[in-house]
Design a protein around this ligand. Structure first.
Ligand SMILES: [Zn+2]
Length: 433
């Protein structure tokens, strides 16, 4: 096969993987089928594969689904094509996979992170939506790859293939990190705490789309906000609203008091902040003093310092509001991410590499356009703390609808562009040290 045939074959392979993962989407900490197929493929290529608890710290996970949901999904995965051998190691919310290629020659350790999880969204099942038209729409109700992580997983596998095929021209160690539960910023901390990037000299996380147009690449995204996600339950005491209102402890009023307080948190002088109460459910009936209230809250900050401040204020308001109304409050942190900025030296290297790729027209070295939050920042910060360089690359593509939308879709050419850019970067980095 000549070069052109090779890249055509790789593009077809990437499309096949992407469509398969799209059709069988799995939400965070339940990517059992996906992760098992990744692990099997990496092993078949000749990678040393680590999975499950080897690459995840159980205690550092956040927002893990309950055991019944995990078990039910493991059964689903078994019936829907998961690899039997790997499945056992990927149950119980431990779905991370790391593949290591040691060239045996001195050189840097280069790590690439992709994520694997889908979202709890019902995919649009009507003509005009490509996954529906082409027959690879989600088979799982209210679960959809609506952020492109199906493509990220495919890019990780394609990169794994090219690195292995070209290992004789590489140096050092290549590490491919397949992260669970990026949505809700829940999974990366657990892999960081397990030491997955402690030996890494160069770290690159990748995302497609996010508003970056086709044939454009961002070599270093600097716009991520630090964030904390909380599930909050106020527990009061029910009583008859007519006969004995004085005997109740009103959780609905406590929660409402908290909501107004949360939106009154003063701004921080050192940067932008956000607060949102996305869900408030309370009460059990018209004539009952509400015994329970449930809230989903998130804070964000331009820097970790600002987010820590908003988070601290929020915790005081929640406990204060509970005390005011003689209720109890349970606060569970179900997701968190720090802020991070890309290492300029690494951004420069990737920018130069991107400029040599004929189908990339424009390279944006550093973009601080806010792209929400990302927990890849935990990896980035750890690598930088230990003297390495880290960045977050965005490969542009045109979108049919925005991220997290039921008609989300992207142009599949971006998969090959992503693999090519990362592979060329790996070759360049392998020359250093
Ligand atoms: Zn995403």
């Amino acid at each position: 096969m000549d070069k052109q045939q090779q890249s055509k074959a790789l593009q077809q392979q990437l499309q096949y993987w992407r469509r398969d993962f799209h059709q069988y989407p799995e939400i965070g900490f339940m990517e059992i089928r996906t992760a098992s197929l990744v692990a099997r493929y990496l092993e078949a290529l000749g990678y040393t594969v680590y999975a499950g608890e080897e690459v995840m710290n159980r205690e550092a996970r956040m927002g893990v689904p309950d055991q019944a949901a995990l078990d039910a999904h493991a059964a689903w995965a078994r019936e829907n094509g998961a690899d039997e051998k790997w499945l056992e190691r990927l149950t119980d919310g431990l779905t991370g996979v790391v593949g290591v290629l040691d060239t045996g020659r001195p050189g840097p350790t280069v790590a690439f992170r992709v994520d694997m999880d889908a979202l709890e969204i019902q995919e649009e099942l009507s003509p005009g939506h490509l996954p529906f038209d082409e027959g690879f729409a989600s088979v799982n109700e209210k679960t959809m790859h609506a952020c492109g992580h199906d493509g990220h997983t495919a890019i990780g596998m394609g990169l794994a293939k090219l690195l292995m095929e070209n290992k004789d021209s590489l140096n050092g160690v290549m590490k491919l990190i397949f992260q669970p539960a990026e949505e809700g910023t829940r999974g990366a901390k657990s892999m960081t705490e397990a030491g997955v990037v402690d030996d890494v000299d160069f770290f690159i996380a990748t995302h497609i789309g996010t508003g970056v147009p086709v044939r454009h690449v961002v070599a270093g995204n600097a716009g991520f906000l630090a964030t904390t996600k909380m599930d909050v339950v106020f527990k009061g005491k029910a009583a008859h609203a007519g006969a004995a209102p004085n005997e109740g402890h009103n959780a609905l009023v406590a929660a409402s008091t908290a909501v107004l307080g949360l939106y009154g948190i003063p701004r921080h002088a050192n940067g932008a902040s956000r607060i949102n109460v996305g869900v408030l459910e309370a009460g059990s009936g018209r004539n009952i003093i509400a015994p329970q209230a449930y809230l989903q809250i998130e804070t964000r900050g331009e820097t970790s310092e600002v987010n820590d401040y908003v988070r601290g204020q929020a915790l005081s308001i929640l406990t204060g509001a509970a005390a005011m109304h003689q209720t109890e409050v349970d606060i569970e942190i179900v997701g968190e991410a720090v802020s991070s900025t890309p290492s300029e030296a690494l951004v420069d290297i990737i920018s130069e590499v991107a400029k040599t790729i004929p189908y990339i027209d424009q390279v944006i070295p550093i973009s601080d356009q806010s792209a929400g939050s990302e927990d890849a920042t935990y990896f980035m910060e750890r690598v930088k703390e230990r003297g390495g360089l880290a960045t977050y690359v965005i490969v542009g593509t045109n979108l049919a609808a925005g991220h997290h939308h039921e008609r989300f879709d992207y142009e599949e050419d971006v998969l090959l562009t992503g693999v090519d850019l990362l592979f060329r970067t790996a070759k360049e980095l392998a020359k250093s040290k």
